[in-house]
Design a binder for this molecule. Structure first.
Ligand code: ADP
Ligand code: MG
Length: 395
């Protein structure tokens, strides 16, 4: 069975020269620059963001790249190397939530959000090329938005700080795209740095880089995309949020961030059984993020395996957002050599991550592919990611 590194979720990215050549063919002339922004994986800290807690994502070595040129008018021409939509035309003076379809709502949403901040946005020609897999929980949409906002920030001379760009892309996603996302994905994409994870406090939105270097530790981070997207994901998400709000209300705190692990014994007498387990996941997960940060700073990635495992068990048993495919990916990875594994992302499908010794990478890949085949599941997509640089100009 050959599941080796060619098992990529997307084709290799075009080089900058190739992208400029394609730009010339499609739009004529040359782009003013090429900007890139990465997707992200959440290392640990799931469903803690809307409880004003902690998350620890990292920017990955899969990026969206945009070649951009300002136009003298208010026309926007957009083309992606992915799909067959061709060039999409839009007008800057008629941007409003709900007005865009397909992938163009991401770049247009960013342009709209900048307009809402009072920034004069010019018409542009834009060519997108991305190797962030779509819909695998690696935030391909934020990679696009962060690449576009980086380009426009420079081309308009707006001079936005990273945090302003985080909030503008959140507004684009929430109001223009209509996705109720927080600040984690774009914070990782905009603030990420090679060999680091981004430790984010979702209450005050402070971010700090934490060393996360897999290579010197002879480890690789495998992403196992189960290719499962469960239909009850939306309802499940809303009901988990409602449980968290109920828990915070009964416990008399602003958010579950304010409950400590030591408070849980008392909380169990005040909450119904299900709400208690939801609360326990959030409270212990926040604690695990803090302990992961401590261990990464003191000992390195080889020390965090059991925290990843505990995070998965908590999501499976207390928060109940895993599924059979994710559990199989995690259990099989562990059994075949990963030092820690967990589902990552919102749950009910999507991807798992498995921190794996380099020497055992192939064994883990083969074991997971075999286990999925034996169970009659879809063939999973398995690839490595490493902690990479955040959004920047590359040409
Ligand atoms: P995720 O962000 O987790 O990958 P989303 O559903 O939020 O999943 O975003 C996926 C959407 O992003 C796709 O449906 C598509 O509209 C857009 N997208 C991502 N990558 C590309 C690309 N290379 N070209 C065109 N659209 C893309
Ligand atoms: Mg997305």
């Amino acid at each position: 069975m050959n599941t080796a590194p060619q098992n990529l979720a997307s084709p290799a990215p075009a080089g900058t020269g190739e992208l400029a050549a394609r730009f010339a063919r499609e739009f004529g002339g040359t782009p003013e620059g090429i900007w890139q922004a990465p997707g992200r994986v959440n290392l640990i800290g799931e469903h803690t963001d809307y409880n004003e807690g902690f998350v620890l994502p990292f920017a990955i070595d899969r990026t969206a790249r945009v070649a951009v040129r300002v136009r003298p008018d208010s026309t926007v021409r957009l083309l992606s190397t992915y799909g067959d939509q061709g060039v999409v035309n839009a007008r800057l003076d008629s941007l409003q939530p709900g007005s865009a379809k397909g992938w163009t709502k991401y770049p247009l949403g960013v342009m709209w959000a900048l307009q809402q901040r009072g920034i004069e946005v010019p018409g542009i020609d834009l060519l997108l090329d991305s190797d962030v897999p779509l819909g695998a929980g690696l935030s391909s949409s934020h990679a696009i938005e962060c690449a576009v906002i980086s380009a426009l920030n420079e081309l308009t001379g707006a001079g936005l700080e990273a945090q302003d760009m985080v909030l503008a892309t959140q507004r684009a996603e929430n109001e223009f795209v209509g996705a109720p996302t927080g600040i984690m994905d774009q914070s990782a994409s905009l603030r990420g740095s090679e060999g680091h994870a981004v430790f984010l406090d979702c209450r005050d939105q402070n971010a700090r880089l934490v060393p996360f270097e897999t290579q010197p530790a002879d480890l690789v981070m495998l992403v196992i995309d189960t290719k499962v997207s469960h239909s009850h994901a939306d309802g499940g998400y809303a009901s988990r949020r409602a449980s968290c709000e109920l828990g915070a209300e009964v416990l008399g705190v602003k958010a579950l961030r304010d409950v400590q692990v030591g408070d849980l014994a008392e909380a169990s007498g005040l909450l119904d059984e299900v709400t208690f387990r939801r609360v326990r996941h959030v409270v212990t997960e926040n604690d695990r993020v803090l302990r992961t940060v401590e261990l990464l700073e003191s000992e390195g990635p080889g020390a965090i395996g059991s925290l990843l495992d505990a995070s998965h068990a908590s999501m499976r048993d207390d928060f109940e957002i895993s599924c059979a495919e994710l559990d199989l990916a995690v259990d099989t990875s562990r059994a075949s050599g990963a030092i820690g594994a967990r589902m990552t992302g919102g749950g009910f499908g999507g991807a798992a991550v498995a921190l794996t010794p380099v020497a055992l990478e192939q064994a883990v890949r083969d074991a997971v592919v075999k286990a999925f085949a034996d169970a009659g599941y879809k063939v999973p997509d398995i690839f490595t990611v490493s902690p990479a640089a955040g959004a920047r100009r590359i040409a």
